[in-house]
Design a protein around this ligand. Structure first.
Ligand SMILES: [Fe+2]
Length: 183
């Protein structure tokens, strides 16, 4: 599957612009993680891009979410590793995170929400001037973007990244595509 095919499928299955942006942000972070860890950039970015493709199709049914997404990814040509990462990122299934790809998606997913929220409280609502130390400060404020799982983000240690580096990498990755994110 090409990146264009994956994005076309996302756009065909998702109407909510913010959800599409979330997947673009996850794609950017996953690609940066792959580069940092010497993994397959194409595989990792496409995993991020596709991971929530079924959210609207499954309509809030957490038992269906990510099962359908994994099936769609396989139809598009995803291999077993990508399908497993998409499937296991939904904790409702209780499927253990096994590979580095699984673990990377799991911790990258909520980081997009924290960074987006940190940008939106700035006067200019932009990513450009946002610094990693501000994101880290927001992380420590439990009431800020309270739905963002701090525990899940902290699991970056499972892929061998220090917390601060993970935040810096995620922020830089999202800043690179700020225009696409409207931030
Ligand atoms: Fe997600």
């Amino acid at each position: 599957m090409t990146r264009e095919e994956a994005l076309d499928s996302v756009k065909a299955n998702v109407g909510n612009e913010n959800l599409i942006k979330h997947m673009l942000a996850t794609e950017a972070i996953m690609r940066a993680l792959a580069r940092r860890l010497g993994e397959d950039e194409e595989e990792w970015r496409l995993t991020g891009l596709l991971h929530d493709i079924d959210v609207e199709l499954t309509g809030g049914d957490m038992n269906a979410h990510s099962r359908l997404g994994a099936d769609i990814a396989v139809e598009l040509g995803a291999g077993k590793a990508m399908a497993h990462a998409i499937l296991s990122h939904n904790e409702a299934h209780g499927i253990p995170l096994e590979t580095k790809l699984d673990k990377a998606l799991f911790c990258a997913d909520p980081l997009t929400g924290l960074i987006t929220a940190a940008a939106l409280v700035r006067p200019d609502k932009k990513l450009a001037g946002l610094e990693a130390k501000s994101v880290i400060k927001k992380f420590k404020q439990k009431g800020f973007a309270a739905a963002v799982s701090r525990e899940q983000i902290s699991q970056c240690s499972e892929i061998g990244l220090e917390f601060d580096e993970f935040i810096e990498l995620g922020l830089a990755a999202m800043q690179e595509i700020a225009a696409d994110l409207g931030l």
